[in-house]
Write a protein that binds this ligand. Structure first.
Ligand code: PEP
Ligand code: MG
Length: 325
């Protein structure tokens, strides 16, 4: 198996129907970057910046961030790296910040909410990202955007940081691609204008699923209760695909489920063209996608939904067992 995976490394995730799925990897520390060439991923689809904040016992200085981000971008050797700005709060609490006593931190003061209310860290981070990617491409996305104005608020911070760099005579990135993470159901129903304004959207499936089913991702009793391949969830994802398509917004999926081959194949069959996952999952996902016809899989999914299945997992597994063409 392992040898077969090595062989796959430089091959595209091209399905039998000709559809090519872009596979990226998730990362969060410098130590993850050496996996990039060996994993077979084309780039980093989610760089969780909070891990570097969590890995030290005091707030990093801007110069440290600049050097960390520069090393990350250098290590990617021209491949795309999507930086996700700080998502603290909820399950990620910084040891040097005053802990918030919140009854439900996952739905509390976290991510972009903190970034907009207390913009000090977000500003430092954006400045550092601009400097680290001067003259190159910058991909940045904001976590936990629940409504349009939060994206505008974040963009305003980015514009302010850009203006500051210009004033200082610094070189800006060659191109800046600004995206939002779709992690709350509300964003799927945002005005068309939102879908047109973002350069790209990335579905944070871990959070999106927990809010869709109202099932805490940290709670062992309920976290596996609802299948990701549940018809309701797939119907919902399909609506997001349709909206992204009609505004020509690039759409990816970066939650843990993107690293599970069966789930990944179903997402791709629904039309999600980019999947970002832990490095070790890239080869198994690529292996499955290369041996199936995604159009055929879509018809299997559609038939299972039409037949009233609660989840498409059974019919899809059966189809795979029977040789899946
Ligand atoms: C997600 O919610 O799916 C996601 C990718 O972000 P995190 O797991 O860091 O919340
Ligand atoms: Mg999330």
């Amino acid at each position: 198996q392992a040898d077969r995976y090595v062989e796959l490394r430089d091959k595209p995730a091209k399905a039998k129907c000709g559809t090519v799925v872009q596979l990226l990897m998730n990362a969060g520390l410098m130590a993850d970057l050496p996996s990039l060439p060996s994993s077979g991923a084309e780039g980093v689809g989610l760089f969780r910046t909070e891990l570097q904040f969590l890995a030290q016992n005091q707030m990093p200085k801007r110069a440290e961030l600049v050097s960390q981000y520069t090393r990350v971008v250098d290590a990617a050797e021209g491949r795309k790296v999507v930086f996700r700005t700080l998502d603290i709060g909820s399950d990620k609490v910084l040891p040097y910040m005053v802990p918030q006593d919140e009854p439900n931190p996952a739905m509390g003061w976290r991510a972009i909410r903190v970034g907009l209310d207390k913009p000090g860290i977000l500003r430092m981070q954006l400045q550092a990202l601009l400097r680290a990617t001067a003259g190159r491409d910058l991909w940045v996305m904001f976590p936990f955007i629940a409504q349009f104005d939060e994206f505008h608020g974040a963009l305003a911070e980015l514009d302010r940081a850009k203006a500051r760099e210009i004033k200082l005579g610094h070189v800006l990135p060659k191109q800046i691609h600004v995206g939002a993470m779709l992690e709350t159901p509300s964003l799927a129903f945002a005005p068309d204008q939102f879908f047109k304004e973002v350069d790209f959207l990335s579905i944070g499936g871990n959070d999106l699923k927990q809010f869709f089913f109202a099932a805490d991702r940290e709670n062992e009793r309920v976290r596996r209760r609802y299948d990701t391949l549940n018809t309701s969830f797939l119907n919902f994802l399909e609506q997001i695909v349709t909206r992204a398509r009609s505004s020509q917004t690039h759409l990816s999926f970066c939650g843990e489920d993107a690293g599970r081959p069966l789930e990944a194949a179903c997402f791709a069959a629904l039309g999600i063209g980019t999947l970002s996952m832990r490095p070790a999952s890239v080869a198994p996902v690529k292996h499955l996608i290369r041996r199936i016809n995604l159009k055929e899989l879509k018809t299997v999914i559609d038939a299972a939904r039409a037949a009233g299945h609660q989840s498409v997992r059974g019919p899809v597994t059966e189809w795979l067992k029977n040789g899946a063409q």
